[in-house]
Design a protein around this ligand. Structure first.
Ligand SMILES: Cc1ncc(COP(=O)(O)O)c(C=O)c1O
Length: 305
């Protein structure tokens, strides 16, 4: 039987349903996370990657949205471990926590409502092609500005922006969209942060560029500093820099580390996955699966040993 955590208890997934009048369904005010857990067959263990960090971001977003939940991030990690045990997950899995106003009232506001949380597991598989890389298009849709709907928050309504960009890219024959911010600088993908390599240096837009504060982005920064020992720079990136980059890759919980081999019909570097991207992927996947001792702190084991 598959369970979800739904409004305070574990219930069979078929019973984890909301009313059509639910306020957050109408106004996009739900806040959510995407978390992956990786199965290690040799360890007979399922490792949740960055569980605390994801729940801390969720609670930060909830605070901004006036959603006061009776849980700490530690509580939510414990609930997630219990859910994965109940569902006896022994394979790679994606976890989707979502917080919404359950009230059946029709006013788009954030106060005087009751937030609830649901958590369920999902068999995502690979989100994008991490081995051969993908073709991307600079979108005609601009990234949400911090003063309209902050991109920093994983709030449901903000994903209309992502859905528009992703759809345009797919209908134009590309795999993913890269969005520019309102100032015309490179922001991020529809569900990923972006990194470029130029003259051996790795560059990524800073937090002030209207992007999500990606947890994978942070992990990549650590790997670049500690393992690859390459220089990193956070600064505004112009669209035209994408066309002369030696390597481009996207990062995200779903996208993991996805190489970009073509942007707006121009080959990135040689058109093959670059050396820095490959090395980062290798390290990231090994760390996520509990194969690198020095990064075990990134993981929460689900089963008792
Ligand atoms: C718009 C957007 N940017 C970036 C990311 C990457 O964030 P993270 O690495 O925390 O999953 C995501 C995915 O959550 C996203 O939706």
């Amino acid at each position: 039987m598959e369970y979800a955590f739904f409004e305070g208890s574990f219930v069979p997934i078929e019973q984890a349903n909301i009313n059509i009048k639910t306020n957050s369904l109408h106004y996009g005010t739900a806040v959510f996370e995407g978390i992956r857990a990786y199965w290690n067959e040799a360890h007979r263990q399922l490792y949740i990657l960055f569980a605390r960090e994801h729940y801390q971001r969720l609670l930060n977003n909830c605070k901004a949205m006036f959603m006061n939940l009776p849980y700490s991030s530690e509580d939510l990690v414990r609930i997630t471990v219990e859910l994965l045990r109940k569902n006896q997950v022994r394979e790679d899995v994606y976890i989707r926590p979502i917080v919404y106003f359950k009230d059946l009232k029709l006013t788009p506001k954030l106060i005087d409502y009751t937030p609830e949380i649901a958590i369920y597991t999902y068999n995502f598989g690979r989100y994008l092609d991490t081995s051969e890389g993908i073709r991307v298009k600079v979108s005609s849709w601009r990234r949400n500005d911090d003063n309209s709907i902050p991109s920093r928050w994983k709030v449901a309504g903000a994903y209309v922006n992502s859905a528009l960009a992703k759809t345009e890219a797919l209908l134009s024959g590309y795999h993913e969209a890269i969005m520019l911010n309102q100032h015309g600088y490179v922001a991020e993908g529809s569900g990923e942060n972006i990194f470029l390599v130029r003259e051996g240096k790795v560059i990524t837009p800073s937090y002030s560029e209207h992007i999500l504060e990606g947890i994978t982005r942070n992990a990549v920064k650590k790997l670049l500093k500690n393992e690859l020992v390459v220089d990193m720079e956070e600064r505004p990136i112009s669209r035209s820099e994408l066309y002369v980059a030696e390597e481009i890759f996207l990062t995200g919980t779903a996208a993991e580390i996805t190489p970009v081999v073509e942007v707006d019909n121009r080959r990135v570097g040689s058109g093959k996955v670059g050396a820095i991207t490959r090395e980062l992927q290798e390290l990231y996947f090994r760390a996520a699966r509990g194969l690198l001792d020095r990064y075990m702190g990134w993981l929460t084991p689900v089963y008792e040993r």
